[in-house]
Design a protein around this ligand. Structure first.
Ligand SMILES: *Cc1c(COP(=O)(O)O)cnc(C)c1O
Length: 386
């Protein structure tokens, strides 16, 4: 879809809600919110049919199906729950994880391993550069005990896009298992589990799929799930047991977030109507171009070089100006109806602007207009650097 022909905004799209220029939860369509206005029984055939449809559609998002050896396990909770479920229930007792870290979400994987007593080696990179496949190759060659490699596809801390296929090839050549946190890429960026030799990936309803927070999911090769029986370190995050429950009687083991699943079905229909991954990705790229170009024109400096950046979120350095104050900037933008996001970097002072969710280039232009006005109010006329 071209930038000049945005998907028309539903006139009922939350006219009073602030627009969320964040990494999630995100602005969603009115129809996704309306899909939740039902009370359904968790064991009722109507709901079980929705669960089946959602599982099929999640696989179909990337052309996968059970017939091709791929399974999808839905799980209550936000995306972190799915990542932790995958790590804590698929890595065997004698396993060891190589965590590739260039941001807070990679670091979260390290924390999860620590919490479950899973041996973990950490390979760190600067936060504005992608993971280096050659370094992964060296680590795997040096330590035969490593069984699994964990990569965050888009590091939402900064927006850095990591080289999924290249890392996957290295992992495959060393015959190890490849786990991917695809939270902020699933549904918007191209992804071939075959080309990247992925064993399992975790994502959630409320990022690029534009659903409601509360349900997450893991896509995994069937033999990976089968091999994990009895391996889980917790009851609630036991992926194998959750999968068997969904397969055997179609149900979640524990109370499902019924309304959230109804909303996810609607979100998946809207994803398909927009042209699937290609269509959604094109809208986000258009948003991102306008956002990044507009911010740079205002004098802001992006933290991640363009060539390393995903079209999901952008990180901007704090301007060096005596009257710059992020708290003040945030509140003034919020009063104008725009919510932005603080930074999450370990060393650099920055803030983030997400461009995913039910947002269009006109919304981005409105945000840029508001930023210009707020800077003038604050007396930060030219937020230049150096
Ligand atoms: C959003 C996100 C998560 C999950 O975070 P939650 O707060 O649990 O939703 C995990 N990894 C990445 C890369 C993310 O962007």
């Amino acid at each position: 879809m071209s930038r000049d022909e945005p998907v028309p905004r539903d006139p009922e799209d939350s006219p009073r809600d602030k627009l969320l220029f964040t990494p999630g939860p995100l602005t969603t369509s009115a129809t996704v919110k309306q899909a939740m206005l039902h009370d359904v029984g968790s064991r009722d055939e109507g709901f079980l049919a929705v669960v089946r449809e959602v599982r099929e559609r999640l696989l179909a998002t990337y052309g996968l199906a059970q017939t091709r050896g791929w399974e999808v396990v839905l799980l209550q909770g936000s995306g972190t729950y799915a990542v932790e479920a995958a790590l804590s229930s698929l890595v065997p007792r004698d396993g060891k994880v190589l965590a590739l870290v260039n941001g807070a979400y990679g670091q979260r994987i390290v924390k999860m391993c620590a919490a479950h007593g899973i041996p973990c080696e950490v390979l760190r990179f600067e936060e504005n550069v992608p993971v280096d496949p050659a370094a992964v190759d060296r680590s795997l060659a040096a330590d035969r005990a490593l069984t699994h490699v964990a990569l965050v596809h888009v590091e939402t801390t900064t927006g850095v896009l990591n080289p999924l296929n290249e890392v996957g090839r290295v992992v495959f050549e060393h015959r190890r298992a490849f786990f991917v946190d695809a939270m902020s890429s699933f549904g918007a960026l191209p992804l071939s589990v075959e080309e990247a030799h992925v064993h399992c990936l975790a994502a959630s309803a409320n990022k690029c799929l534009e659903g409601i927070p509360g349900v997450a999911f893991v896509l995994a090769r069937r033999e990976v799930l089968e091999a994990s029986k009895g391996c889980a370190r917790t009851l609630t995050l036991d992926l194998h047991a959750q999968w068997r429950g969904l397969e055997d009687d179609g149900q979640f083991r524990f109370t499902p977030p019924t309304q959230v699943v109804l909303a996810l079905r609607q979100a998946l229909l809207e994803h398909e109507a927009e042209g699937g991954v290609a269509g959604r990705g094109a809208r986000y790229r258009a948003n991102h171009e306008v956002l990044r170009g507009g911010m740079e024109a205002l004098g802001f400096q992006a933290y991640v070089p363009r060539e390393n950046s995903s079209p999901i979120i952008a990180t901007f350095l704090y301007p060096r100006h005596p009257r710059w104050d992020f708290g003040d900037f945030y509140v003034r933008l919020s009063q104008r109806g725009f919510l932005i996001y603080p930074g999450k970097l370990t060393r650099t002072e920055c803030f983030r602007l997400g461009n995913i969710g039910r947002l269009y280039t006109d919304d981005v232009k409105a945000l840029l207009h508001a930023i210009r006005a707020v800077l003038t109010e604050m007396g930060v006329e030219t937020p230049r650097h150096g």
